[in-house]
Design a protein around this ligand. Structure first.
Ligand code: NDP
Length: 326
């Protein structure tokens, strides 16, 4: 029987009545199943810390939405995102990580043991918690965008740009990410259109200058995307300009760069974060402001966001947890 009794306030200051009976005590609890979570698990398991890893909503993390991964060292012929995540999971399990379905939905870090509720009903107490819950790319929300995800629509130029060598592509967004992705793509593609809904770029002056200096980038101000078109893969995009007119351009790639949001909401009452919700760690470590709580991967990294950097920080989190637990 579920015992209810623990009242905790979440970030929206609503009170939740959660079960208070601790179902399990674990040494090291890892939340998230991307490269950061699995790397933390490999290290923690090999150090005999018997980690339990909860996969979260998107088992395998963001990489499972990518096709080829060509930039992860050690795969000279490339690897698909899902295949790489499967291998990372097998490697973590080989050393004794227990991988479970389920998602952390509430936490209470106020006591000596860290409490984590899985799916709001299963309460675990952990000596150390490694947060590797990642970030989620924002998309425009168009039906056609959904249709072409993985076959022309991407939210990561460094992951997928290579496939558009010599072709024409669109980048949507006016911030630093859009500017950075567009300049990266400009080195690979024939022509890059940046589609910006306002009449200015929000990106930093330095990034704006880089965009302006790049001959094969054209910025389309005050344009919004109506639809991405094509049969099997992307063949074009229909935009609407400030006069309400349709503008059609032929492109084979559509890169969405309108921001990410870190999956950190449930930790907000306890952990220090920047204004966009990225968990702050002590520089050069994975330590958060709560002893025994560590963060790695994209949930604490708004800058690099690569599988290899996430994996590296997952390793740091396991080593920091090992040192903390003595
Ligand atoms: P931002 O939130 O800064 O920018 C998002 C952009 O997407 C804005 O131009 C916004 O338009 C646009 N946008 C949002 N929703 C839509 C929509 N539905 N349709 C069309 N356009 C939309 O996100 P970024 O990812 O660019 O940057 C996040 C943070 O990371 C920033 O602080 C940035 O400075 C930092 N960063 C730094 C880098 C660096 O220093 N090298 C590299 C990348 C990011 P609008 O302006 O109209 O709101």
């Amino acid at each position: 029987m579920i015992q209810f009794g623990t009242l905790i306030s979440d970030s929206k200051n609503t009170e939740k009545n959660l079960p208070s009976e601790v179902k399990e005590h674990v040494h090291v609890l890892i939340l998230g199943s991307g490269p950061a979570g699995f790397t933390a698990a490999i290290y923690a398991a090999r150090a005999n810390m018997k980690p339990i890893l909860y996969q979260g909503l998107q088992a395998g993390g963001q990489l499972t939405t990518t096709t080829e991964v060509d930039n992860f060292p050690g795969y000279p012929d490339g690897v698909t995102g899902p295949e790489m995540m499967e291998q990372l999971q097998r490697q973590a399990e080989r050393f004794g990580t227990e991988v479970r379905w389920g998602m952390a939905t509430s936490v209470d870090f106020s006591g000596p043991k860290h409490k984590v509720w899985i799916d709001e009903e299963y309460l675990i107490e952990a000596d150390a918690v490694i947060i590797a819950t990642g970030a989620t790319a924002r998309y425009l929300g168009l039906e056609s965008e959904e249709k072409f995800k993985g076959s022309g629509v991407s939210a990561c130029a460094t992951c997928d740009g290579f496939f558009y060598r010599g072709q024409d592509v669109v980048v949507v967004g006016g911030g630093d990410t859009a500017a950075e992705e567009a300049t990266y793509l400009a080195g690979i593609c024939r022509k890059v259109y940046i589609v910006v809904r306002k009449n200015y770029l929000r990106a930093s002056k330095a990034m704006q200058d880089r965009v302006a200096r790049t001959a094969n980038i054209e910025v389309l101000y005050e344009h919004v995307t109506k639809e991405i078109t094509g049969s099997q893969t992307v063949e074009g995009v229909t935009l609407i300009n400030s006069k309400g007119e349709e503008v059609k351009i032929a492109v084979t790639g559509f890169f969405v760069a309108i921001g990410h949001h870190p999956n950190s909401e449930i930790f907000r009452p306890y952990l220090d974060m920047d204004e966009t919700g990225y968990i702050k760690t002590i520089p050069g470590t994975s330590k958060t402001n709560f002893p025994g709580v560590f963060a790695c991967g994209d949930v604490q990294d708004s800058s690099y966001r690569q599988a290899i950097t996430a994996a590296g920080s997952g390793c740091m989190a396991a080593l920091d947890a090992e040192r903390f637990l003595g």
